[in-house]
Design a binder for this molecule. Sequence first.
Ligand SMILES: CC(C)(COP(=O)(O)OP(=O)(O)OC[C@H]1O[C@@H](n2cnc3c(N)ncnc32)[C@H](O)[C@@H]1O)[C@@H](O)C(=O)NCCC(=O)NCCS
Ligand SMILES: Nc1ncnc2c1ncn2[C@@H]1O[C@H](COP(=O)(O)OP(=O)(O)OP(=O)(O)O)[C@@H](O)[C@H]1O
Length: 200
Amino acid sequence: MIIGLTGGIASGKSLLAQYLNDWGFPIVDADVIAREVVEPGKPVYKQLQSFFGEEIFHGDGTLDRKALGRIVFSDQEKRDQLNQMMHPAINEEMMRQKEDLIAQGHKTLVFDIPLLVENGRTNIVDYVLLAYVEEDVQLKRLMERDRSSEEEALSRIRSQMPLEKKRNHADAIVDNSGHRKTSKEQLAHILAEWGIDVNV
Ligand SMILES: CC(C)(COP(=O)(O)OP(=O)(O)OC[C@H]1O[C@@H](n2cnc3c(N)ncnc32)[C@H](O)[C@@H]1O)[C@@H](O)C(=O)NCCC(=O)NCCS
Ligand SMILES: Nc1ncnc2c1ncn2[C@@H]1O[C@H](COP(=O)(O)OP(=O)(O)OP(=O)(O)O)[C@@H](O)[C@H]1O
C-alpha cells in the first residue's frame, strides 16, 4: 500500500512524515530526491546550466537554490521549464526506491510529494493524505521557518494549488493548524480507518 502524503509549502508534511517514519513506514521524499538529481555531474544539472546559465550556481559549481527559487517562484513559464527538466528524473528515482523497499519486504510505503495533485499523479498512490493548514498559519510558519519576507513567502504559496482546492482531491486530511499532538492523533485515527494500528 502506498500512502501519498501531500500538501502545500509549510503545511506540515515533514511533521506527518516524521510520525509515519517513527511508526515504521519508510518515506520516499520527492524534496530530498529533488536535491540529489541536481548534483554536479547529473544529467539534470547540465540541463539547468544550459537553460538558466551561470547565475543559478555558486562559485564551487553547486546549485544556488535561493537564486533559482527567486527566478522560478516569480515566473510561471520558467517554473514549468524547471518542472519539465526535473520531474521525470525525480519520478524515476522514486520508482527505483519503491522497488528497493518492496524487495526489502515493506508492505506500506509513504510517497511524500508536494506537487502530487498539481502534477495529476494521484493515480500512483493508493490513498492521498493531505497535510492541511489554514492560510494565515501557513504564511506565518513559512516566513518564520525560511526567514523570508511576506512577498517571497506568498510567491511560493501562489505557485501551488490552494490548499482549500486540494482538499477535494484528498482521501483524508490532517489539519496541522493546531498543536502537533492534535495532528498526531488525527493521523493515527486516519491510519486506523485504513486498517493500520499505531501507538500514539
Ligand atoms: C526551486 C528550488 C531550487 C528551491 O529550493 P529551496 O531549497 O528553496 O526549496 P525546497 O526544495 O526545500 O522546496 C520547498 C518547497 O517548495 C515547494 N516547491 C518546490 N518546487 C516547486 C515547484 N516547482 N512548484 C511549486 N512549488 C514548489 C514545495 O512545497 C517544497 O516542499 C527547489 O524547490 C526545486 O528544485 N524545485 C523543483 C523541483 C520540484 O518540483 N520539487 C518539488 C517536489 S516534486
Ligand atoms: N502543528 C504545528 N504546530 C506548530 N508548528 C508546526 C506544526 N506543524 C508544523 N509546524 C512548523 O511549521 C513549519 C512547516 O512545517 P513542515 O516543515 O513540516 O512543512 P512541510 O509541508 O514539510 O513544508 P515544505 O513542503 O515547505 O518542506 C515548520 O517550521 C514546523 O516546525
